[in-house]
Design a protein around this ligand. Structure first.
Ligand code: NOJ
Length: 544
């Protein structure tokens, strides 16, 4: 609940003006709030029921009102869409489903005119099987230079009919597919996503070209897909599958995080740093905080997503462990943490926290926690509305996980349902079509952007107020935090000299620390902070 929102949207106090000036420096990414646009699901500009670049441009003012600093566009490149566009057939062209290169240029221009930076995805572990190089590799002979751009091997067994090793695909089934001449190719993800061979110098050279292509077009940075996967373990040894949990990246899996990956990331950094004020964030599901910190050493990536908050249970202890582990590992290499609650691959946090009213309360509290932590933050489209995952019928599911798991894992479509913008029934102003590529639930009528804009207690208003305060309060712009004593089931920390966050992960109201309440995720009860909620305060007293 907004108690003292600082200033109206758009009014730049001296503090806000000083904050905005930092966005024009080389270090802007250290504290920026990025907004993830999943292009298919954000806004449909051409009326075909699928989101696109025109739609994204038309909705930029929502992001200005929200107060984010940058957007991250998930892939919009030419793709047969076997994995939602993460199967890239041409990394320097736009898929007609999303528009044209001119639409991209117009989006960048419009975003920059509004002070919003634009970062794009880059997918270096694999191409689409429709990429020209893979088609050439299929047509070429075993041992040819064309095949050497990918990982083709002979099979095991007397007739080579067994895959070269026992690796499973992340989406289910084996990670190898056999081609008509008997060789096998590696695909850690879907068969339509052949892994490229980073030991072949043609591959880094090609990715340097792709990076420069988007940098020249005005992109402010990149999100590097599976940034820990480019170097494979020598000899491609079998995995120990005993403790392996299929379809997850959370476990130790020796295909990922091999030391050779860092040399490739240094190439990324060299190229990116040859342009002013650009950055890259890595998507590396590396379970060990210290190993994760290696990705953001001074000559590697600028940021790396921190998935500890995604993995943490709703408990003060777990959340604190997640925060402490990340802060201390990143501090050792001088990098900021990059906090994430949701994205297009994980169940939305409102649902993870129990769904319904409880999930919503916890989700709002988690947002205040995320946005009060030092470092960068990523907000996934729809987080700001408090959206939940949607239970979709079998026949609309599109994620390859659904088919490849033999219909045992429903995949990630539930978190990819399009954004509701306005109106009383689906597709809620998503576009001019009367349907959307994944159906939207009619219960979202009260959660559209238009509906939430009118409600000062909505999740959208909470995010807007939090982001405004984040720009206004200089205490929120330094690095580091100090933990204060806290009641059971609670977290209390101080930023700077006078900012305090309190999160109550328990069910019963607790006394707030002394100070002026700036913002709270729920109405206070007799001056106390209710369970499953959080508050931001201006005050310096320790909690007893
Ligand atoms: C991570 C992406 O976020 C996910 O959506 C994709 O399926 C895999 N990488 C493979 O590219």
């Amino acid at each position: 609940m907004p108690v003292d929102p600082t200033g109206a949207a758009g009014s730049a106090t001296p503090n806000v003006a000083a904050y905005l000036a930092t966005l024009d420096t080389a270090d802007w990414w250290r504290h920026a709030v990025f907004y993830q646009i999943y292009p298919k699901s954000f806004a449909d500009g051409n009326g075909d029921g699928i989101g696109d670049l025109i739609g994204a441009r038309e909705r930029l003012d929502h992001l200005v009102e929200l107060g984010v600093d940058a957007i991250w566009l998930s892939p919009f490149y030419k793709s047969p869409m076997a994995d939602g566009g993460y199967d890239v057939a041409d990394p320097t062209d736009v898929d007609p489903m999303f528009g044209t290169l001119a639409d991209f240029d117009a989006l960048v221009e419009a975003a920059h005119a509004r002070g919003i930076k634009v970062t794009v995805d880059i997918v270096p572990n694999h191409f689409s099987d429709q990429h020209a190089w893979f088609q050439q590799a299929l047509a070429a002979a075993p041992g040819s230079p064309e095949r050497n751009r990918f990982i083709f091997l002979d099979g095991r067994g007397p007739d080579g009919s067994q895959p070269p090793n026992n690796w499973p695909s992340m989406f289910g089934g084996p990670a190898w597919t056999r081609v008509p001449d008997g060789q096998w190719y590696l695909h850690i993800f879907a068969p339509e996503q052949p892994d490229v061979n980073w030991d072949n110098p043609e591959i880094p050279a090609e990715f340097e070209r792709v990076l420069r292509f988007w940098l020249e077009r005005g992109a402010d940075g990149f999100r590097v897909d599976v940034a820990h996967s480019m170097a494979k373990p020598a000899g491609l040894p079998d995995m120990d599958l005993e403790d392996y949990v299929p379809h997850t990246q959370l476990d130790v899996d020796h295909r990922f995080d091999n030391d050779g990956v860092h040399e490739h990331l240094r190439m990324f950094r060299r190229v990116i740093d040859s342009y002013p004020n650009r950055m890259a964030v890595g998507e590396a599901w590396v379970p060990d905080d210290k190993r994760l910190a290696m990705y953001v050493r001074g000559d590697e990536l600028h940021l790396t997503f921190n998935f500890r908050l995604v993995e943490a249970d709703w408990s003060a202890l777990d959340l604190r462990k997640a925060i402490d582990g990340s802060l201390s590992a990143m501090a050792e290499v001088g990098a900021p943490c990059t906090w994430v609650l949701s994205n297009h691959d994980v169940v939305r946090h409102t649902t993870r926290y129990g769904g319904g009213a409880l999930g919503r309360s916890r989700g709002r509290a988690a947002a205040l926690l995320q946005l009060a932590l030092p470092g960068a933050a990523y907000v996934y489209n729809g987080d700001e509305l408090g959206l939940e995952n949607v239970e979709l019928p079998d026949d609309v599911l599109q994620d390859p996980t659904w088919e490849r798991s033999g219909h045992t894992d429903r995949g990630r479509d539930g978190e990819r349902v399009p954004m509701p913008w306005a109106g009383n029934e689906p597709p809620f102003g998503f576009g001019s079509s009367d349907s959307s590529w994944l159906p939207m639930p009619s219960e979202w009528a009260g959660m559209t952007v238009a509906a939430e804009q009118l409600d000062p207690n909505s999740t959208l208003s909470l995010y807007e107020n939090a982001l405004r305060l984040r720009r206004e309060l200089t205490d929120l712009q330094g690095s580091g935090l100090t933990w204060l004593d806290s009641p059971e089931d609670c977290l209390v920390f101080r930023r700077g000299t006078a900012f305090t966050l309190m999160l109550n992960a328990g069910d019963t109201p607790v006394e707030l620390p002394a100070g002026e309440v700036l913002l709270s995720s729920a109405d206070l009860i007799g001056g106390e902070l209710p369970g499953n909620s959080a508050a931001w305060l201006r005050g310096t007293d320790r909690v007893a």
